[in-house]
Ligand binder design. Structure first.
Ligand code: AMP
Ligand code: ZN
Length: 476
């Protein structure tokens, strides 16, 4: 038995690991502790709901691990330099390109979209990251890792920059099961002709002579900026150690970004495997088409709010799909999820209001069904189904049901304790007046006053919700 205080059904957590292509028990390097690194946003634009799915999945995983009694360190990075527009070694940096297009500085753009992403995460009920490192703040660590790779003979220098020599790491293709003779299939076609092999990738890009970039630094090889992949290796190692338990990201990262992270890290650190479990989230799509910024899809948390949808309805919607399957997005589907969520909240409210004492022996079966679904490769749809089944179980008292729902909400985080009218505008004249006063202060750019009012209301458990037609409020 684990020496942790563990809910029934959560004694052993099994997760699919991309590297070994198998569902394996989680066996942390240090008993009782888990380190998770999640590839975060490139902050040149708002994050789509697709990007947010890749944050919701690790948030659920993190919450389940906390419920299982682990001491979890959750790191997710901010990519504010080095991510090129087409994920290969060609073309411009996404941040520089956005700066050139808008006339703003790359730093201002990064600050704005980092804040927006953090706010979107909060609105979707994600716990704050324990550590949220920015790539541009870790240039020295990245240079140091490239120097180590160079000293160990894994690099070469060409006019364009310092490259990782994939031939120096015979296991390079193993992680993703790549066939390196079929580069079209791996997406590794770029125009850097001096590369020794098309799969080789940039560790440090040199600024061409005569060019001045907003984001560039001196390095042993000359002025330039880090390749995108090295940031995650350097920051994960700095904050989680030379080996760690779980690395997550979107499924699109397997063949290039994560393959390159593994190569750099295992070569620089002399470790294998670098990461215990690789957890990849499948895509949120629009009936077969991927939601992506580059195709001009701008479905964001704000889109939901504009549609009058509670962002937590999207979290509930996400829980209805298994993370290893594509999920088809539509506004209607999220609206329907919102309706189901409101019903569940109403049931929870009535169960709580009925009072009485729960009997652990009576709700043990439902509890085990809920947690064992999550322990089985994070099967959220089955866990949610177990809750609905419990709502129909005549043997459970309202108190038993409330105990179950309250415990379940520590990981589902869809606010099952909310008052049943939580998504409706209330009719409290005093609160209405304060919300109107805050809106006026905001319009007058008096943010000190508007923030003060928002904080006062928050202290009363009231959340102000901004919509395009004005502000409204709800009880948490
Ligand atoms: P990016 O800013 O493009 O690096 O993306 C940030 C994260 O979102 C990465 O882990 C991507 O794999 C992930 N991602 C991008 N689009 C989607 C999508 N439609 N569904 C799920 N995850 C996505
Ligand atoms: Zn990454």
């Amino acid at each position: 038995m684990p020496d942790r205080d563990v809910p029934l059904g959560l004694e052993e957590i099994r997760l699919y690991d991309t590297r070994t292509r198998s569902v394996r028990p989680l066996e942390p390097l240090e008993p009782g502790k888990v380190g998770i690194y999640t590839c975060g946003p490139t902050v040149y634009a708002p994050q789509t709901l697709g990007n947010m799915r890749s944050q919701l999945v690790p948030d659920l995983l993190r919450r389940v691990l906390i419920a299982a009694g682990y001491d979890v360190t959750f790191v997710t990075n901010i990519t504010d330099v080095g991510h090129l527009v087409d994920d290969s070694d060609d073309g411009d940096d996404k941040m520089e390109k956005a700066a050139a297009a808008t006339g703003e500085s790359a730093a201002d753009i990064a600050a704005r979209y980092t804040e927006q992403w953090a706010d979107d995460r909060r609105r979707l009920g994600c716990l704050e990251p324990d550590i949220r490192p920015k790539a541009a703040d870790h240039i020295a660590e990245q240079i140091a890792m490239v120097e180590t790779l160079e000293a160990k003979g894994h690099t070469y220098v060409i006019d364009d920059g310092v490259y990782f020599d994939t031939a120096s790491f015979p296991a390079y293709a193993d992680f993703a099961g790549l066939r390196l003779d079929d580069l079209e299939a791996t997406g590794r076609v770029d125009s850097i002709e001096a590369k020794r092999h098309p799969a080789d990738f940039a560790l440090w890009k040199l600024t061409p002579p005569g060019v001045k970039r907003q984001q560039e630094w001196d390095s042993p090889w000359g002025r330039g900026f880090p390749g995108w992949h090295i940031e995650c290796s350097a920051m994960a190692t700095k904050y989680l150690g030379e080996r760690f338990d779980i690395h997550t990201g979107g499924i699109d990262h397997v063949r290039v970004h994560h393959t390159n992270e593994v190569a750099q890290s295992e070569c620089a650190l002399d470790v294998h495997p670098w990461v215990g479990h690789w957890v990849h989230t499948e895509f949120l799509d629009l009936g077969g088409e991927k939601i992506s910024k580059s195709k001009g899809h701008v479905l964001t948390v704000d889109t939901l709010v504009d549609e009058g949808i509670d962002p937590l309805a999207f979290r509930y919607f996400s829980l209805q799909g298994h993370y290893r399957q594509n999920q088809a997005f539509s506004i209607d589907a999220v609206r329907a999820a919102g309706t189901a969520l409101r019903r569940l909240r109403l049931i929870a409210h009535q169960a709580r209001a009925a009072g009485g004492a729960a009997d652990p022996d009576r709700w043990e079966g439902a509890r085990r069904a809920f947690w064992s679904a999550l322990a089985d490769d994070l099967n959220a749809p089955a866990a949610v189904a177990a809750l609905w089944e419990a709502t129909r179980d005549p043997d459970l008292t309202p108190a038993d049901l409330w105990a179950l729902l309250e415990e379940a909400d520590t990981v589902l985080a869809v606010d099952l304790g909310a008052a049943p009218d939580a998504d409706q505008t209330g009719s409290d004249a005093r609160i209405d007046a304060l919300v109107a006063e805050r809106a006026a202060a905001r319009a007058a750019k008096d943010f000190a006053t508007s923030d003060r009012i928002r904080d006062e209301l928050a202290a009363e458990g009231i959340e102000v919700v901004d919509t395009p037609t004005g502000a409204t409020w709800r009880r948490r």
